[in-house]
Design a protein around this ligand. Structure first.
Ligand code: SAM
Length: 198
């Protein structure tokens, strides 16, 4: 049964742009390079999908459960004059059914905190990655929500949903990943970059 992950609605564009003024710089900081194929898991309205597609010359799969998000992401990708390999409107847990060739990189930005079955999701990511492929997770830092102010309002998921890098590593590592690095993404985020252990 398809199910929206709790606390994962797409933020309004005004404060998302204020928080992430340069999304291409972000995807480069995550270690995505032009040679890679990428799955943008829970792509939302395409705010990161479009610069990703631009960077890797269209070798992007983009998945979201919400058809409205997929339509908005398509517009964003067209606006940046680029393309993706495949649009997938599906539950992230079912992604392996739609990705028939292993990818070099799976990105999950601003969504992992809400996934109820985190182990199951990481296992799904593992099977879609080629050996030594990368899994980048962008998360809100575990700060109290009232301290993560953007455009004069507290933003992001509830405080108790936020994960520290250590808590994230403890979930992802045992599924068959090692940590490459933790990337600071100021003011309120970090990314953990994991590598599939063969
Ligand atoms: C907070 S938004 C983040 C979007 C994008 N990654 C970003 O950082 O700009 C989370 C997205 O996850 C999608 N989503 C929620 N539950 C999902 C599920 N079970 N499977 C696939 N996508 C889901 C929502 O529709 C939403 O677009």
């Amino acid at each position: 049964m398809t199910k929206v992950f709790p606390a994962t609605s797409m933020p309004d564009r005004d404060w998302w742009v204020a928080l992430w003024p340069d999304p291409l710089d972000v995807v480069q900081l995550l270690g995505v390079i032009p040679e890679m194929s990428v799955l943008d898991l829970c792509c939302g309205d395409g705010y990161f999908t479009a610069p990703l597609a631009k960077l890797v010359g269209g070798k992007v799969y983009a998945l979201d459960l919400d058809p409205v998000m997929i339509e908005r992401a398509k517009e964003e990708v067209a606006r940046l004059n680029t393309s993706v390999l495949k649009w997938i409107c599906a539950d992230a847990q079912d992604a392996p059914q739609h990705i028939t060739e292993p990818v070099d990189y799976v990105l999950m930005a601003n969504t992992f905190h809400g996934v109820p079955d985190k182990l199951g999701l990481v296992e799904a990511v593992r099977v879609m990655l080629r050996p030594n492929g990368l899994f980048g997770v962008v998360n809100w830092r575990p700060l109290p929500r009232e301290q993560t102010i953007v455009l004069n309002q507290p933003r992001g998921p509830a405080t108790d949903l936020r994960m520290s890098p250590e808590a994230l590593k403890a979930v992802v590592g045992p599924i068959g990943f090692h940590t490459i690095r933790i990337q600071e993404l100021p003011p309120y985020h970090y990314a953990a970059i994991f590598q599939r252990s063969v």
